[in-house]
Write a protein of this length. Structure first.
Lengths: 452, 262
């Protein structure tokens, strides 16, 4: 899996790629307007970043506080060191409840742990209840974006899927009609499920509660109808106090979609009488990332997706080109920490333009971490052909004479070689771009002649 | 031609030792950009020299993941430039590299920090050090300005559309006094052109698509000339424009200022 080939593939349908770019740019622009309506926006970013930095320095303390307070509230807290443990915990709860069908509201963590295929293998029907998530689930695809899971699909595509799966009228692309069909379909699933799974946006050790932010209200409907609520969270989701939420909720929705706030920000503190809440705290590589000083603050991420919407690469290559659960710029700094070999092309899928860092509500220096991952990846890979030419380049640039000779040779060969050689298909520059006209002398030569 | 404008001066520029740092690809492919930079600085009263031992800053290697192999290049750079008051380059990208990504050489710690603190991209040298305000002159053309990402978000040469901050642009400040120069507002003010160094070849398809999109924005506003502070971005955009027979010219900021200045 390499990003360049996936991206080239995505770009083959130029019209559709253009549509994808425009669609996400529209979200980025909505975000710009929303963020500029708040004079203290940059101050909020600074505060959010500081709070998250603080949490990461005392994560062990806060996690234990959370466990203590949540347990006092009647929440059953579980610890999972990796995806396997997480999935086993979920399965054991379902087995205990003799539950064969569950509803789930969007949780990137359960995607990361590949919970759906695991549960399906064990005979459990999993229904994702966010509209976008349900659509990609029908296609047996993962989400292509962490906030807008079906953003790569057009109305027409969805109409076709619903016609096949929900027997809607063929060719009816009316979003209201399609949404009603999905709503009706999901209602039956909600009514039947004894267990509901949600993600967690923020967990608060001060009070032992956690907060789930959604727009469709599906998390709440699932949880309130079911007897058991299983909430799965990465251990980095902590904010110390309930008061801190004011900062994060203002940043989250504005950054994600340009809304001033998500429609439902639900606090879960203790189970209703006769019901259960389970909270699973998942590591799955996070403590390893915490140990890596240069990459630690990637754990500040609140999963708003703004870096994807702003990224000129993501917009033109689509979420699947990354081949990782979390795509886009943030995915490109998180994924190599999970598997440096598998995701080795991702940190290079960037021009280091820095838009991701400027858009990030918690001020993660994403593009600087992309640069740092490049250094780590070339080290991990050992020398490659590219490495050798780079080492040679250092030799050339170390010696003024070598530089002068090689520059002269380069210019001479560009001048004298036939165009068919310069623009052969192996020359990636010349495939779709002309080379600059070759001047008769370098600046250095001109300067020597005219100025010294 | 040496045009000294005393009212610009905050300190006698004739005593400032300004070294010209000309990035390797400008030296080899765009000597006119280097000449314009030299002439412009001289017209503004600086004593400029071009140290002959300079080569490259090491950015192409470092951005490809081989920063650790640029010790020699970095040492060469520091040795060449350490004795000047200022180092000025017509490239935001290379200046950013020197400031942020040249590997720290333990035996040159102080000297390296000093070099890093006195290297400037051309437009920031004109506005922040020479404090020229605006350049006076005439340039009757409609131009689109391409902000290079490393200049903009790296060196903060202009405000970034992602941030909630008062808009500013050092290049536009310099253009403001030039008569008949029409600067268009682009639809996407500061999107990347897709050059990205080795990205241009390792992610060829994406790079070209990004360039095409950037070019379309300028062309939709009927610009005659696309101007920028980084020749690398311009080289990429020009390569695409020429391949597709688009009638638009490309000029570096230094060339426009040098032509316009009266």
């Amino acid at each position: 899996m390499s990003h360049p080939s996936q991206a080239a593939n995505f770009l083959k349908d130029e019209k559709r790629a253009h549509w994808h770019d425009e669609t996400l740019w529209f979200v980025r622009e909505k975000r710009d307007i929303a963020s500029k309506n708040i004079p203290e926006w940059e101050e909020l970013r600074r505060l959010a970043s500081g709070i998250k930095d603080h949490v990461l320095t005392k994560l062990d303390y806060y996690l234990e506080e959370l466990e203590k307070k949540a347990s006092e509230n009647g929440i059953k807290v579980h610890w999972a060191k990796d995806a396997e443990e997480h999935n086993e915990i979920v399965l054991s709860i379902l087995k205990e409840k003799k539950c064969k069908a569950i509803v789930k509201s969007k949780s990137i963590l359960t995607e990361e742990c590949h919970l759906n295929p695991f549960l399906e293998k064990h005979g459990v029907e999993v229904v994702d209840t966010d509209l976008g998530e349900r659509i990609v689930q029908f296609l047996k695809q993962p989400p292509s974006h962490i906030v807008l899971p079906a953003i790569h699909l057009k109305k027409g595509d969805i109409s076709e899927i619903f016609h096949e799966k929900l027997q809607t009228e063929k060719g009816n692309e009316d979003p209201v009609y399609l949404t009603h069909a999905a709503r009706k379909h999901l209602r039956d699933k909600f009514m039947a499920a004894k267990v509901a799974i949600t993600g967690v946006n923020f967990a608060i050790p001060e009070t032992g509660e956690f907060v789930v932010c959604t727009n469709e209200g599906n998390a709440d409907m699932g949880v309130h109808l079911a007897d058991v609520h299983i909430a799965c969270m990465g251990i980095e989701k902590i904010i110390p106090r309930r008061a801190d939420l004011g900062i994060f909720l203002r940043l989250l929705a504005r950054s994600a979609t340009g809304q001033s706030i998500t429609n439902y920000n639900s606090h879960f503190r203790s189970p209703a009488p006769g019901k259960e809440i389970h909270l699973i705290l998942v590591d799955n590589g996070r403590t390893k990332q915490l140990k890596r000083e240069k990459f630690r603050n990637s754990l500040k991420c609140i999963r708003c997706g703004a870096c994807m919407n702003t990224c000129p690469i993501y917009r033109r290559s689509g979420g699947y080109s990354y081949g990782s659960t979390v795509p886009g710029p943030i995915g490109s700094i998180l994924s190599p920490g999970i598997d440096v070999k598998k995701y080795s092309t991702l940190p290079f899928a960037s021009t280091l333009c820095g838009s991701c860092s400027d858009v990030c509500p918690v001020k993660i220096n994403i593009h600087e971490q992309l640069y740092e991952w490049r250094q780590e990846i070339t080290k991990a890979q050992g020398w490659s052909a590219k490495g050798m030419s780079m080492k040679m380049a250092n030799g050339i640039f170390t010696s003024p004479l070598a530089y002068k000779i090689s520059g002269k040779l380069l210019r001479a060969s560009l001048k004298n070689l036939p165009k068919s050689v310069i623009y052969n298909p192996l020359n990636a520059w010349g495939k779709n771009r002309d080379l600059p006209e070759v001047p008769k002398e370098s600046f250095k030569e001109w300067y020597l002649k005219n100025r010294s | 031609m040496h045009l000294i404008r005393p009212y610009y001066l905050v300190q006698p520029r004739s005593t400032m030792e300004v070294a010209l740092f000309i990035p390797c690809y400008i030296d080899q492919f765009y000597p006119d950009v280097a000449k314009a930079t030299l002439e412009l600085l001289e017209k503004l009263g600086c004593k400029v020299s071009y140290p002959m031992d300079q080569t490259c800053c090491g950015q192409p290697m470092a951005n490809s993941g081989f920063e650790r192999d640029t010790d020699g290049t970095t040492r060469q750079f520091i040795e060449t430039f350490k004795d000047f008051d200022y180092i000025v380059a017509p490239s935001g990208s290379c200046v950013l590299h020197i400031k942020e990504h040249q590997p720290s050489l333990s035996d040159m710690d102080e000297t390296q920090k000093k070099v890093q603190s006195k290297v400037f991209e051309l437009s920031e040298f004109l506005t922040d050090i020479l404090k020229v305000g605006t350049i006076e002159g005439s340039f009757p053309h409609k131009i689109g300005f391409h902000s290079s990402c490393h200049g903009q978000r790296g060196l903060r040469l202009s405000s970034s559309s992602e941030l909630n901050e008062a808009p500013f642009s050092k290049a536009k400040e310099l253009f403001a006094g030039i008569k008949d120069l029409e600067l268009v507002e682009l639809t996407r003010k500061d999107e990347c052109c897709g050059f990205g160094g080795t990205f241009a070849v390792s992610e060829e398809a994406l790079s070209v698509q990004m360039g095409k999109d950037r070019l379309s924005d300028h062309l939709a506003h009927q610009v005659e000339i696309i101007c920028g502070g980084d020749t690398s971005c311009l080289m990429h955009l020009q390569g695409i424009a020429e391949r597709n027979n688009k009638p638009v010219k490309f000029m570096h900021l230094a060339e426009i200022l040098n032509q316009a200045i009266s």
